[in-house]
Each structure stands twice: as structure tokens, then as C-alpha cells.
Design a binder for this molecule. Structure first.
Ligand code: ADP
Length: 395
């Protein structure tokens, strides 16, 4: 390994069924080129003599089934070849899913619905990506269902709304499958949150039932595997898979940085695509801001006929003040005509959002706030939802 490969790169020769792992240093870029043989990155095949660029913080594995040589240029934190990978087991999982799709095609049934679970940093997203890429390379059209809000360091605090939205999503996916045969046969791969204890576990069980999953792939944790085998219906196939030694742990800070980066990309674009967001004032009187979920109160103190569920799904009006500054707000698509008698509440809970804005300044005197928005004024809707996420716009 590691021999100079002209053009400033380092050449790595990989034997079959091995992978080159590397991490890109902060503030740096790394270029990768396939020189000979065949190789893939998380299931996507590389083209020969094409330069692939990976940004700061990327953690990458270049895997080869047949053997290959590649060249790396730029600053990597580490770069090493590993012979010890679970790729063969992952490929077997893919093969089994593909058989289920064939059978579904033949018998006019639906294809596999797969849930990938495990604690944080075991490579759940990577396995999802791999299974999706392999399916797509065979001409399948599987759907990715991304439920891992923890990816960006967010803990689904309000479990009820999380489960409610999971059910809505499952319903929408089923409707799509009724209309679209390819989607139905392709099935879905569901990525889940790394929070696997207590309510987090309950959310997984809820998701399995909402999507009526056929297969659960458990990464790395035998305990979770046994619990799910015990609690899910017997016809659900629960499979334990090892994690890859290459998966890199991400610290809280690292997650926060990548979340900030995602928000920045939403407003300003990424790589060669630049977006130009708008800044404008919004009068308090022109919008209504809500938070979903009132703080929970002891059961004994709940008003008669009200359950804890009612408080967690409640729309609580928020009075605009200085503390709104830097908060990310979502703009709800809810039909504003449906106010009263719980209509707005249901509308808000079930509706998608049209987009996100950030409050960059609040003027309580003038009763206006300045917002950063991807679209020019006016806001398309007037119902705004506040969440805990903040973003400081340094541009
Ligand atoms: P999870 O979804 O379980 O939190 P991820 O799939 O996001 O974990 O993996 C964590 C990080 O490890 C990601 O940055 C991913 O690119 C990296 N990674 C995964 N597999 C490998 C591997 N075999 N070699 C190097 N890096 C890897």
C-alpha cells in the first residue's frame, strides 16, 4: 500500500474483498481515483479515471469484490486497508431481499419492508445505503424511509408526535405502493434512531407495526435482537448482523457541526450549487407561532377526561419575544381555514411543512422579527412551528 502514484496521489493496491478506509481532515478535501479493477463506495460503483472529491470530515470505505488499485490525494487523517469486513454478510442480506422481490413480482404481492436498527454509530445509515444501492443497481426502486432524527443529534423528545408521524408516513407509503407497482415490489428500507432503550425501543416496535415490516436487521446488539424477537410477531424475520470495524464514532460536537452544516446547506447551497436566501421582516400580527406539546403534568393533575396524549399533541401558542432569536421555525402547510374545534391542530400535525426559516432578529418595540428564508417575501403560510433547534447565521 501507500506508494506514490504520480500526480501527487498515493497509490493503494487492494486485494479482493478488502477495503480502503480513510477520513478527511477538517477543512480539507480528498480526491479519489480508480486506476484499475472494480470498486465501490457504500454500494455505488466507481468509474475508472474519474476524480471523486470528498469534503472535510468524510469517513469513507472503498470496497472491492474483485481487487483494484486506487489513488488518493489530499490530506487524510487516516488511510488504511482492512481485510476484515462484514460485506459478505451484508451482500447475503441483499440477496435474500432480492429473492423476496422476485417472489413478490411473481405472486403479485408486495416486496420486503425492512427496518434497520441498532445503537448509534454502528453503521445503520451505511447499511441502508448499501442495500438501496445494490437494489437500484438491479433496476429496483426501493424507498428510503429516514426516521433517524438522531443523525443530527436530535433526540425525539416528544415520542407521541414521533409515533404519530411515523404512522402518517407509513400510510403515505402504502398509498404509493397501491398506485405504483415498482415501488410496491421494491419495498422500503427504514433507517431508525440509535436510541434503542425505553421509549426509543417502543418507537421501534411502533414503527415495525406501522410499516408492517417483514425483516428487521439488527446491527451489533444482541440484547436488542433478543428483545425484538420476543416482542415482534413471529412472521417478522429478525436478523443479527455485525457492525463494520470501519464505522467511526461521532461525538456530540461532531453531530452538532454536521447539523449546522446541513442547515447552512439548506439556505446557502452546497458544493458548486449556491443558493441566495432572502432576509425580510415579518410582523408578529401576521403570523401565529405554536409549539407542539405542552409540558407533561402528573396524571393525577390532568383535567377530567384528558389524557397525557392530549397534552403531548397539543398546539401551544407562543408569544413572540427576544428569545425567538436564532430559532429555526417550520412553516406549516396546514390549511389555515380549518381553525377552531381542533381542526387547525389536526391540520398542523398531519400537514407537511413548506420549508424552514430562521429568526435572525427580534424587535419587540416594533413588533417585528427579521427572518432568513429560502424564498422571497411574503411567507407562503402564516402558521409557524417552533422547535429547539437553533442556527446562528454567520454569513
Ligand atoms: P449510524 O447510522 O449507525 O449512526 P453511520 O452509517 O452514519 O452510522 O456510520 C458512521 C460513520 O462511519 C459515517 O461517517 C460513515 O461514513 C462511516 N463508515 C461507515 N462504514 C465505514 C467503513 N467501513 N469504513 C470507514 N468509515 C465507515
Amino acid at each position: 500500500e501507500g506508494v506514490g502514484a504520480g500526480s501527487g496521489g498515493t497509490r493503494f493496491d487492494l486485494e479482493k474483498e478488502t477495503e480502503l478506509r480513510f477520513e478527511v481532515e477538517a477543512g480539507e478535501k480528498v480526491h479519489l481515483e480508480l486506476l484499475t479493477g472494480l470498486a465501490e463506495v457504500f454500494g455505488s460503483e466507481l468509474n475508472r479515471n474519474k476524480k471523486y472529491t470528498f469534503g472535510p470530515g468524510s469517513k469513507i470505505a472503498v470496497f472491492t469484490w474483485q481487487g483494484c488499485s486506487v489513488s488518493l490525494s489530499g490530506k487524510t487523517e487516516v488511510a488504511y486497508i482492512s481485510k476484515d469486513t462484514p460485506m459478505l454478510l451484508y451482500l447475503n442480506a441483499h440477496t435474500a431481499l432480492e429473492q423476496m422481490r422476485r417472489q413478490a413480482e411473481r405472486d403479485n404481492e408486495r416486496g420486503p419492508r425492512v427496518m434497520v436498527v441498532g445503537p448509534t454509530d454502528v453503521g445503520k445509515s451505511t447499511v441502508c445505503r448499501l442495500l438501496l444501492s445494490y437494489a437500484v443497481r438491479l433496476g429496483r426502486r426501493p424507498t428510503l424511509v429516514e426516521l433517524d432524527v438522531g443523525q443530527s443529534g436530535v433526540r425525539p423528545t416528544n415520542l407521541l408526535i414521533h409515533n404519530f408521524l411515523t404512522s402518517c408516513l407509513a400510510e403515505v407509503f402504502s398509498l404509493r405502493c397501491e398506485e405504483n407497482r415498482k415501488a410496491s415490489v421494491g419495498g422500503c428500507i427504514i433507517n431508525t434512531c440509535g436510541w434503542v432503550k425505553g421509549s426509543g425501543y417502543q418507537a421501534l416496535v411502533h414503527c415495525a407495526s406501522a410499516f408492517q415490516v417483514d425483516v428487521v436487521l439488527v446491527l451489533d446488539q444482541e440484547r436488542l435482537y433478543n428483545e425484538l424477537k420476543r416482542d415482534l410477531p413471529h412472521f417478522v424475520r429478525v436478523v443479527l448482523l455485525p457492525k463494520s470495524g470501519g464505522v467511526v464514532e461521532r461525538s456530540k460536537d461532531c453531530r452538532r457541526v454536521s447539523r449546522d452544516e446541513k442547515i447552512r446547506e439548506y439556505f446557502y447551497g452546497f458544493r458548486s450549487v449556491s443558493f441566495f436566501p432572502h432576509a425580510f421582516d415579518v410582523r408578529f400580527s401576521d403570523v401565529r407561532i405554536y409549539k407542539i406539546g405542552a409540558p407533561s403534568i402528573p396524571d393525577s393533575c390532568l383535567p377530567l377526561g384528558m389524557s397525557q396524549d392530549d397534552t403531548q399533541l397539543k398546539l401551544v401558542p407562543v408569544t413572540p419575544g427576544r428569545d425567538l432569536t436564532h430559532h429555526v421555525l417550520s412553516v406549516s402547510c396546514a390549511d389555515e381555514g380549518e381553525e377552531g374545534a381542533g381542526g387547525l391542530r389536526r391540520g398542523v400535525l398531519e400537514s407537511p411543512v413548506c420549508g424552514f426559516i430562521v429568526v435572525t432578529n427580534v424587535d419587540t418595540q416594533a413588533q417585528v422579527m427579521t427572518v432568513l428564508s429560502p424564498a422571497p417575501r411574503p411567507l407562503p403560510r402564516h402558521t409557524l412551528l417552533i422547535m429547539d433547534i437553533r442556527f446562528i447565521d454567520l454569513k
